[in-house]
Design a protein around this ligand. Structure first.
Ligand code: NAI
Length: 301
């Protein structure tokens, strides 16, 4: 009796409806994967143009998934595409969108003040059971949650770019996150088809805490003239077995994003040597050399 009761209670609490706030690079990927794994999704943006852009990026990405998974079954592929898209509704009003949702995943700009504004307003209107999560790369989850009255139902769900391709999900629990919230986030991550790892609310969680200092060291190495960019990348690909070299990866992630994360951490932890500013990186960013997206970073595209 006990186990059937607890399993039906778990079923009742399972996350079925997800609201994704922000339909940029990350949010559109999160909304897509949630829809293709059977969740009802509401995607929230700031204007129609942004919603339109998110929608066409999701459609294009789903078409690539269909091509790969349903190569020999085009009719099934068409059905999958249609059903996935039909699970996504869009909204320009976050407060309306969360009135009937189990989980909010926030993927808006990396700015604490703007995230605070959003979460304090949503906290007042979302149902009691609704879990709030941020996809932040560099801000402490506890700082984001501080403006809400649901710190026990608040955590981090950190995806990787491109979301439909990258298999990892970091699930972050703060000292306030309840066991139930943590377990629901883990379960949802698995239902999304991701492999989950549990992280504490420390700077960069696991992946970026290791990756950002590594990128920074590669930039410092180039700045000192120890080796050429090509040779640094070739060395790490063929010598360490990494699929991309650190400088290629920096260009892919965006040198402005790398600088932004490093500067934020440096401000918070001024004595940490690994987070010290890199004049060479600052110069590239000030010249508009941001990486692949601007046509030039360490390399030209
Ligand atoms: P992005 O700039 O591509 O997308 C952000 C979107 O949020 C924009 O489309 C913007 O219109 C929308 N937005 C801004 N304020 C909003 C509001 N109040 N309500 C609704 N929509 C709003 O940014 P991106 O790269 O998708 O990053 C989003 C978050 O994900 C950031 O917190 C970032 O740190 C995190 N992240 C980024 C990764 C990356 O590789 N770019 C990887 C993992 C996490």
């Amino acid at each position: 009796l006990k186990s059937s009761f607890s399993s039906s209670a778990a079923m009742a609490g399972a996350i079925k409806h997800v609201t994704v706030i922000g339909g940029g690079l990350m949010g559109s990927g999160i909304a897509q994967v949630a829809a293709q794994t059977g969740h009802q999704v509401t995607l929230v943006e700031v204007n129609d143009a942004a919603l339109q852009k998110a929608h066409s990026s999701i459609q294009g990405s789903l078409q690539r998934v269909v091509k790969k998974l349903y190569k020999d079954k085009p009719a099934d592929g068409e059905k999958f595409l249609k059903e996935s898209l039909a699970r996504i509704t869009t909204s320009l009003n976050a407060e309306d969108a969360v009135k009937n949702t189990d989980l909010v995943v926030e993927a808006i700009v990396e700015n604490l003040r703007i995230k605070h504004k959003l979460f304090s307003s949503l906290d007042k209107v979302a149902p009691k059971h609704t879990i709030f999560a941020s996809n932040t790369s560099s801000l402490p989850i506890q700082d984001i949650a501080s403006v809400t009255n649901r710190k026990d139902r608040f955590g981090g769900l950190h995806f990787f770019n491109p979301v439909p391709v990258m298999k990892l999900l970091e699930v972050i629990r703060t000292p306030d996150t309840s066991d139930e919230t943590y377990e629901k986030m883990m379960e949802w991550g698995k239902n999304m088809g991701k492999t989950t790892v549990t992280c504490k609310d420390t700077p960069g969680f696991v992946v970026n805490r290791l990756l950002v200092p590594y990128l920074a060291e590669a930039l410092r190495m180039l700045e000192r003239g120890d080796a050429s960019a090509r040779d640094i990348d070739t060395a790490m690909k063929l010598g360490a077995g990494y699929p991309m070299g650190p400088l290629e990866l920096g260009d892919y992630v965006g040198l402005d994003t790398t600088k932004f994360i490093l500067d934020g951490w440096h401000k918070k932890f001024p004595n940490e040597q690994l987070f010290q500013p890199i004049p060479f990186l600052d110069k590239l960013v000030s010249e508009g050399k941001l990486g692949k997206k601007s046509g030039e970073g360490i390399y030209k595209y």
